[in-house]
Design a protein around this ligand. Sequence first.
Ligand code: HEM
Length: 410
Amino acid sequence: MTAPPTILQLTPLNPDFRDDPHALYRRLREAHPVYRDEMAGSTIVTRYKLARETLNDRTMLRGPDKVDPPGPFTQRLVENFERDPETGELRSFSILLMDEPHHSRVRPPIAKALYARAAKCKPLVDAIVDEKLDAVSAKGGFDVLSEFAIPIPIDVIGAILGVDIGRRAEFRDWSEGVIQVLNPFRTAEQSAYLERSGEAIRAYFEAQIAARRAHPQDDLITDVVQLQAEGADLRDAEIVSNLIGLLVGGNLTTSDLIGNGIYALLTHPSERAKLKADPSLINQAVEEVLRYDGPVDITARVTPRDMEIGGCPLKARQSVISLLRAANHDPEAFDDPDRFNITRKPVPHIAFGGGSHICIGAPLARIEAQAAILRLFQRFPDLRLARPDGKPERRTLPFFNGLQRLDVLI
Ligand code: HEM
């Protein structure tokens, strides 16, 4: 390969990428371990070792507002920052794009509340999964996404947060709107969708917080409001932004993981047979799905000082994007990396990112995906693709990797 592809070509908007992302990723790892992309205004890292080191380096910055001079991608993210009512600073209230001194103040109470709820949610998750299985069991077949992989994470995070699950269709719709914040290629229409959804979801959580202060419940919104009352240094706007982050983050990516996992097992009978013979392999199976076909393509950092990545000199305040799925198929880290093998020697994948920003929802996503995938194959041992010769339709949201639809027969 001479010139590397632009970042736009590394999205499902490019049919070649959509058909075979790993052909492109392979060529990039071989010819361009670290390269500059002007369209993103970022340096792109494609190999496992460098990507992992970059993500785990806690001196790296996160906020797109730190990039100087600003790039086209990072500017689009900064457009949605809010003004701190106390300091007047324009900043992210969500931990996803937050730097110090705020990140280590805001993330721990949110993490404490979420981890405590996740640690005891297995019975809830099993019940939700079984309810979806019961609903499809009388049919001859169904769409795995709309009837199984999509509703499960919404119902789970909805129950954990304590929101009205009767409004799940709205939550999904708002999530699809809000996630556009991470789509630098969004159209005017998608920007309007983002704005509309952001306003609706914000108003919803503001009302929920007020309601929990008046009438505490057994749910995560109450936990966070109580942590604040007991002294956790959280602004109300930060609580709202991060509850939105949990609802949205807890939803699209986990659906994609469940869908991708079911598809991988349906198309790899030897791996499915291993899982059938030994259901305790489900943990490893889900880790292998995260590595082999993970839901998130990229995550970014900003250089805090002049430094080198893979021998490439970078000035301070440059954006650096790690290609998670390219890294997770690096033959220097994983034997036979394009093979789906649920019993491979464990090597940590970076599907959840790393370092201080590593995904806060990883424990919950794992519990959900393990329960959903295992129970589906146990309930329907003859589960098969409705169209074994065709490829399933994929979602087209840039930097997210999942299926739009997956028809199966039971
Ligand atoms: C399979 C499912 C999921 C995948 C693949 C995934 C992936 C990621 C990735 C790649 C990051 C960026 C990490 C970094 O920059 O190092 C992230 C951050 C985050 N995720 Fe997830 N995620 C998943 C599920 C969830 C769930 C279930 C939740 C919430 C319940 C969630 C909430 C978040 C939040 C709040 C952050 C920001 C953390 C921070 O910056 O401190 N995610 N996730």
